[in-house]
Ligand binder design. Structure first.
Ligand SMILES: [Zn+2]
Length: 202
């Protein structure tokens, strides 16, 4: 699947203003509102659009921000990231190459800053970490470059790997689900049925 001209226009409009109404997007892209809505839903379902968050400035609420680089052995990095993700003051986090976790944390006082650093230091398997206090944001552009024809890589809903080639699309409860292979499809259907059954019995 590739982004077509309409998808890429919708994404560019949203990157400029995530609160743009369907009506305004339809007007700007020459589509109807229901078409914009359907395309947007599809872009969310395949994982191209993750969300529409408000960008609230921490310093305006009296909060400091610090950047963290946390190092562990590459084989431990996933477990380290899981433990770090539990800390409420760590707000953004990514696993990078070389066993590094790059994170951003906020704090409301020096004591809180120290407690975050202590908590990170006490996570098992963390080898070392550095922290740098945020001084000034100089640039903040949407990360993804949007263009017509950009290939859309989809994650398998079951194994979470990027789907190579044509995805297996199945329709469950009026929604499309994408799987990488017949094995994942079978397991996913099983899991989906179990979850539904459990929800129905509660
Ligand atoms: Zn899969």
């Amino acid at each position: 699947m590739k982004l077509d001209a309409h998808d890429s226009m919708i994404l560019e409009l949203l990157q400029k203003d995530a609160r743009m109404s369907l009506k305004d997007m339809a007007e700007a892209s020459g589509l109807t509102s229901p078409t914009v809505s359907a395309r947007l839903k599809a872009l969310q379902e395949v994982g191209v659009v993750r969300g529409f968050g408000a960008d609230i400035v921490p310093s305006a609420l009296g909060q400091g921000v610090m950047f963290l680089i946390i190092r562990s052995r590459p084989s431990d990095v996933s477990a380290v990231a899981d433990a770090l993700a539990e800390m409420p003051l760590i707000r953004e986090m990514a696993i990078a190459g070389g066993g590094r976790v790059i994170a951003t944390a906020v704090f409301r006082s020096i004591a809180e800053q120290e407690s975050v650093l202590n908590d990170i230091g006490s996570v098992p398997l963390v080898q070392e970490y550095d922290h740098y206090v945020h001084v000034e944001t100089r640039k903040k552009e949407p990360l993804a470059l949007v263009s017509e024809g950009a290939p859309v890589s989809m994650q398998c809903y079951y194994c979470k790997k990027v789907i190579e080639g044509t995805p297996h699309k199945i329709r469950l409860d009026g929604k499309d689900h994408y799987l990488c292979c017949p094995i994942c499809e079978r397991e996913y259907r099983k899991k989906y049925a179990e979850i539904k059954e459990k929800a129905a019995s509660e």
